[in-house]
Design a protein around this ligand. Structure first.
Ligand SMILES: Cc1ncc(COP(=O)(O)O)c(C=O)c1O
Length: 427
């Protein structure tokens, strides 16, 4: 779509940081189940699934019906509404840490508010995140490791222009899957730490045995809150997310993606005494937290989320996604093996990532030593062959992905592997 001057009106013709190269770029017109179609009528198998929310597939009839029913009753009120109350109750029933819930609009807001809550609750200012983690787009999340500074290696710098450098002084970067290293790093600044935030499965890295338990003990020991970023893992690894699967209960968690069933909805859930800092008009003890937004608890998003969670509970979706993921991973490993290509899949089967190289790959440093160029090019070659992926990133699936979808993916993957080998990217 062009601006009257002839320029593309949509900045960069993309929606965020995901932009396919011109050679394979296309525009989506519609989606159904595991497939999408572009504006020229070409069909793609979708392994992006809206970057995760669409665990039931595109346009699932139960979700569409719930959205239409709610839309006819009003799409937004701002005031507390029954769908928001019902979804909050559902989250409290399913998610182990959830004594109380507060809604916002996207996963980034959820991690942002969880950290603000932790700072207010503890009256401290620093947060600890792990190297290579992704917690969204806000200024505290967009901090990366400042390298080459010896003992100060845990220091962060902004990953984007426009972030005040002062923010970096409040964010400490720790080594994921290294509990001893994390303990050592935090010891001198223990009384300044408000929160340790971690993805229970960080991108494609499963937590080492004892790592999450170790963080629980560490946070308790220094009087900080433990925050799980369950934006990806929530309702996907298990009904109760990573905290259920790994048996470690955080103080707070950030939820998003599946929670809103494909609409803009997210939440902070966790300890009642922490979340109640947001209650308007509470006695002023210097810890009251402002957490507000025009679309918080939007009834349309809550209706889509409730319908999605109904199906997830009824059909046992986490186990289904896991099994589908295991099948896909085995097929990919087999294809690579036949071509003698060093290859592995990492992460949870339900959102695995392909790696060209040798294992083990259990943190960002190990991942950076694998062939990232090949992984990215492999993704582009898949798109060229009718499979939508974010090149070099996670593969998301839905219950609509079946053997025929996987079969098409594996055919495309075999040819994409041949293509990147022929391009000399595996030498
Ligand atoms: C682990 C994690 N946390 C937070 C976010 C941010 O969520 P959103 O994109 O909805 O703001 C994402 C997004 O991909 C994520 O993967």
């Amino acid at each position: 779509m062009k601006h009257p001057t002839g320029a593309i009106a949509l900045a960069g013709n993309c929606l965020g940081m995901f932009k396919l190269p011109e050679e394979v770029a296309f525009t989506i017109a519609r989606g159904a189940g595991a497939r999408i179609w572009d504006t020229e009528g070409r069909e793609f198998y979708d392994y992006v699934m809206g970057s995760g929310p669409m665990a039931l597939g595109h346009a699932h009839p139960r979700v569409v019906a719930a959205i239409c029913e709610q839309a006819a009753r009003g799409t937004h009120y701002y005031h507390v509404n029954e769908r928001a109350q019902q979804l909050a109750e559902r989250v409290c029933r399913l998610v182990p840490c959830a004594e109380s819930v507060k809604f916002c609009s996207d996963g980034s807001e959820a991690t942002f508010y969880a950290l603000r809550l932790a700072r207010a609750f503890t009256r401290r200012s620093k947060i600890v995140k792990f190297n290579g983690a992704y917690h969204g787009h806000h200024d505290y999340a967009k901090q990366v490791l400042k390298t080459g500074h010896g003992v100060n290696d845990h220091q962060s710098i902004p990953e984007s222009a426009g972030i005040p450098p002062e923010i970096s002084a409040t964010v400490v970067i720790a080594p994921y899957n290294d509990i001893e290293g994390t303990r050592r790093l935090l010891a001198p600044i223990a009384t300044e730490i408000a929160a340790i935030i971690v993805e229970p499965v960080q991108r494609g890295f499963m937590p080492a045995p004892g790592f999450l338990d170790g963080l629980r003990v560490l946070a308790d020991g220094i009087g900080a809150l433990l925050v799980f970023d369950e934006v990806v893992t929530g309702f996907r690894l298990a009904l109760g997310g990573g905290q259920e699967m790994f048996g470690v209960t955080p103080d707070l968690c950030a939820l998003g993606k599946i929670l809103g069933g494909g609409l803009a909805l997210a939440a902070v859930a966790g300890r009642r005494d922490v979340l109640e800092l947001t209650i308007p008009g509470r006695p002023d003890d210097g810890r009251s937290v402002s957490m507000t937004g025009t679309l918080n608890g939007n009834p349309l998003g809550c209706a889509a989320g409730l319908a999605t969670l109904d199906v997830i509970e009824e059909e046992g979706v986490p186990a289904i996604l896991r099994d589908k993921g295991l099948k896909l991973g085995a097929g990919l490993a087999d294809a690579a093996n036949k071509l003698s290509i060093p290859f592995l899949t990492i992460g949870a089967p339900a959102f695995q990532q392909v790696v060209f190289g040798e294992g083990p790959v259990d943190n960002a440093e190990a991942h950076s030593r694998t062939n990232l160029t090949a992984a990215r090019r492999f993704g582009i070659e898949l798109v060229r062959r009718g499979v939508l992926v974010v090149p070099g990133s996670k593969l998301y699936m839905s219950i609509a992905h079946d053997d025929s979808t996987h079969g098409a993916f594996l055919d495309a993957a075999t040819n994409a592997m041949r293509a990147i080998r022929d391009q000399g990217l595996l030498n």
